[in-house]
Design a protein around this ligand. Structure first.
Ligand code: LLP
Length: 414
């Protein structure tokens, strides 16, 4: 099953024409392919064969309940970073025993709730957090399973905003602090150290930084062994990149094989937290051209989606392919594809060669990860609907917001 493809010059999601979907649900609209999500997850999972491993999908990439439910049904675990994501996974039928909880700022109530539902493991990012979890677990008469997230000071060679494994980043525990902290854990009665891990960044397009990070963790594991600390798991985080344009990230199978080969002698079970690679190419944002505008310098296509709906282009300088929903012959011109938001940062692509008319539909490709999940209501714009296609079936998985929804929690004072 091809997820997004042209048939008779019309763009399809699986067996359904995009135009059929937008005529029912309007624009802007996020459209996902269930087959593509499942294919991506299987590609990741199936490389392992019968070898024990844990794939914990990073919920932040796309946290729609229907998508979490699809992944839960495949048997996926989940990587969460907030109490909100925890409740989403539970509401979607995810197994709490397959949840890892990352993040530098876990609050008391988030930790308590995670202990209550019995998550698999807390990815601990500081000594203070370790002490807090121990204290809260003691109150509940529980033993909290934890993994230490190490900051290996490795350059992931990605956009600085999504690099997380360098000393200057707020994430993880400094290498030199890991051994003393592990010694301290021995004296904490309500903590059980089961794993060590790291997540060095996102949209990595090279294998080497992952392998360098793995070497660093394996080194630590050796030292811990000598100190009578035997671990069962190693968590290498997420981060595998996709080709938005002409990047050449490693294939999923090459990435996993390289990691497994290095890991094999240690007999540790691997945990991975993929986000983008599971959902990015399984989603598009479809938008309508409202106006064409020309000046001496530039041609603008003003569309009905805005930076509030998809912030990646301006936040990370991210390039997304932008293609017409109906292919047609006509004179192509260079356009900046911009939204209606009152910021010059409100663009999806610059100098794109397209033949356009007012009313045309455009698809912003590979928007399934960090698209809707990073959207906002800036400029009091209701967020788009989300639709998933499954073969020839279409399901609305999030209604378009209404303006009333935006101020439902506000109150005018007397
Ligand atoms: N594990 C942890 C601890 C993470 O912080 C992240 C992502 C992941 C796993 C999943 O990484 P992935 O496989 O998706 O690369 N908003 C940015 C990406 C931010 C990633 C944050 N952490 C973007 O749109 O590019």
């Amino acid at each position: 099953m091809q997820s997004f493809h042209y048939k008779n010059n019309e763009l399809y999601a699986e067996n359904v024409a995009i135009r059929t979907i937008t005529s029912k649900f309007g624009t802007p609209c996020y459209i996902y392919s269930r087959a593509q999500i499942e294919k991506n997850w299987h590609e990741f999972n199936d490389v392992f064969g019968s070898e024990p491993h844990r794939i914990c999908y990073a919920v932040k990439a796309n946290s729609n309940l229907a998508i979490l439910n699809i992944l839960a049904k495949l048997g996926s675990g989940f990587d969460i970073v907030s109490g909100g994501e925890l409740e989403r996974v539970l509401a979607a039928g995810g197994d709490p025993a397959k949840i890892v909880f990352s993040g530098v700022g876990k609050t008391d109530s988030e930790i308590l709730r995670a202990l209550e539902v019995g998550i698999f493991c807390f990815n601990v990012e500081s000594e203070a957090e370790l002490e807090k979890i121990n204290q809260l677990a003691e109150k509940q008469n529980k033993i909290a399973p934890i993994s230490l997230r190490v900051n290996p000071d490795i350059d992931a060679r990605t956009h600085p905003y999504i690099a997380t494994g360098l000393k200057e980043n707020k994430f993880g525990i400094e290498l030199s602090d890991v051994m003393p902290l592990c010694q301290k854990i021995k004296s904490l009665n309500n903590i059980k150290l089961i794993s060590i891990g790291c997540h060095i960044g996102s949209q990595l397009t090279e294998l080497d930084p992952f392998l360098e990070a793995l070497d660093c963790l394996l080194d630590l594991i050796q030292k811990l062994k000598s100190a009578q600390l035997d671990l069962h798991y190693l968590n290498l985080g997420g981060g595998l990149g996709i080709a938005y344009r002409d990047e050449t990230p490693p294939a999923i199978s090459d990435y996993i094989s390289a990691i497994r080969n290095k890991l094999a002698p240690s007999k540790l079970e691997l945990i991975l937290e993929p986000g983008r690679i599971i959902v990015a190419n399984a989603g598009i944002l479809v938008t309508k051209v409202e106006y064409l505008k020309h000046n001496d310098h530039k041609n603008f296509a003003i569309v009905d989606a805005g930076m509030n709906d998809l912030i990646r282009p301006v936040l990370y300088d991210a390039w997304h392919n932008i293609i017409p929903v109906s292919e047609k012959n006509g004179n192509k011109t260079h356009y900046d594809i911009v939204g209606p938001v009152c910021e010059s940062a409100d663009f999806f692509g610059k100098d794109r060669e397209l033949a356009l008319e007012t009313g045309d539909l455009l698809a912003i490709m590979s928007s399934g990860a960090y698209g809707f999940s990073m959207s906002s209501n800036y400029n009091s714009r209701p967020r788009p609907s989300e639709v998933i296609v499954n073969g020839d079936q279409t399901h609305l998985i999030r209604k378009r917001e209404k303006v009333d929804d935006l101020f439902a929690l506000e109150q005018i004072i007397k």
